[in-house]
Design a protein around this ligand. Structure first.
Ligand SMILES: Cc1cc2nc3c(=O)[nH]c(=O)nc-3n(C[C@H](O)[C@H](O)[C@H](O)COP(=O)(O)O)c2cc1C
Length: 339
């Protein structure tokens, strides 16, 4: 079986997780600005939607976002192959198959995390996708197992079966998915994290590229993972505290650190171009609410944007208004309510 196209190692160190309703094209654009070297992922899109749905909307991205991966959901090899080809034709740099989502809807459709129990089917899917897009890397995002699967050998057999079909890169959300009784949100918090399995996978299968994901909250933690794996993928921490992404990118790729205000003002041309195309400000600013997370003026920044961005005609001046409360010089009287 010919292997999937490879991803250069330096392009794997830092990535932002696929997150439904969150990592849309505006969000990715903002994250790209903060983290020029990060690998970005779309929200999961079902293969059927890619084939039959509104591609302009579902596959929206712009040229400044690369490298960006399209995450697909599905479990039918022929459909996934077709969707992967469409994704590659739209210029995505990687196609990733979701084997980790535990929602009821996903289980009913027999994809996502329940695929962890069907390694041969996943291998068929991956083989079909590789054959359809030989120049675009095909990767898998998975958990450690489902429910009470706790045997290392079972996890390794899952990975080996899919690697034999040509997949070289695995994102490991380092906990099980519990398919009964937990909501998707609880499934990101309750099953215990076991990073040692991701580390062991890299140790025992050094030829595979292993990205660790789950609960990574700060720079030191993320940096520690690099000693054991090829990269760290951040989800919620990156979304809620996007400046963390900037600090990680600057630290790991020897970049210069820019202030939050500089970064946000650099986003202005994008926002204005989108406003001119009829995009509402709120669809963009909802992704930046956490930029001043934990900072002076952070709450007021968030409040000004959340309250003002949905008003008719809201434009960049609202962002400047929000920025202004974070820029009140030290030493001047400062309204504590804005802290
Ligand atoms: C709002 C939200 C939506 C998510 N949607 C997806 C998804 O579409 N595909 C996927 O593989 N994982 C999805 N996830 C899981 C994340 O990719 C990630 O694996 C998980 O949040 C653990 O990483 P973290 O602790 O850094 O957030 C989602 C997570 C969140 C919070």
């Amino acid at each position: 079986m010919p292997p999937s196209a490879a991803i250069p190692a330096e392009r794997l160190r830092l990535s932002v997780a696929p997150m439904m309703d969150w990592t849309d094209t505006h969000c990715r654009n903002f994250h790209r600005l903060l983290a020029p070297h990060a690998r970005l992922y779309t929200e999961m899109v079902h293969a059927n939607a890619v084939i039959h749905g509104d591609r302009m909307r579902l596959l929206a991205k712009d040229d400044g976002q690369h490298p960006v991966a399209l995450q697909l959901g599905g479990s039918e090899p022929a459909l996934l192959a077709q969707a992967a080809r469409i994704g590659a034709e739209h210029g995505f740099d990687e196609i990733n198959l979701n084997c980790g989502c535990p929602s009821d809807r996903v289980q009913a459709g027999r994809f996502g995390a329940c695929l962890m129990r069907e390694p041969s089917l996943v291998a068929d899917c991956v083989a079909g996708m590789i054959a359809a897009t030989p120049d675009t890397p095909i990767t898998v995002k998975c958990r450690l197992g489902v429910d009470d699967d706790h045997e290392w050998e079972r996890f390794l057999a899952f990975i080996d079966t899919i690697a034999a079909a040509g997949c070289r890169m695995f994102v490991v959300h380092a906990r099980n998915a519990w398919l009964q009784g937990l909501s998707p949100k609880e499934n990101r918090e309750v099953p215990p994290l076991r990073y040692d399995w991701a580390y062991r996978l890299k140790h025992e299968r050094p030829a595979l590229q292993v990205i660790v994901n789950g609960g990574i909250a700060d720079l030191d933690e993320a940096t520690a993972h690099l000693g054991h794996t090829d990269g760290a993928m951040l989800g919620r921490a990156a979304y809620h505290d996007p400046y963390l992404l900037h600090r990680l990118d600057a630290a790991w790729f020897a970049g210069e650190t820019r202030t939050r205000g500089e970064l946000l003002r650099a986003w202005r041309p994008y926002v204005q171009a989108q406003l001119e195309r009829g995009t509402y400000l709120k669809h963009m600013t909802r992704h930046i609410l956490g930029l001043y997370h934990g900072e002076r003026g952070g709450r007021a920044f968030r409040q000004i944007l959340s309250e003002g961005a949905h008003r008719p005609g809201a434009d960049w001046s609202l962002v400047e208004q929000a920025l202004a409360v974070t820029e009140i010089p030290q030493g001047l009287p400062f309204d504590e309510r804005a802290a």
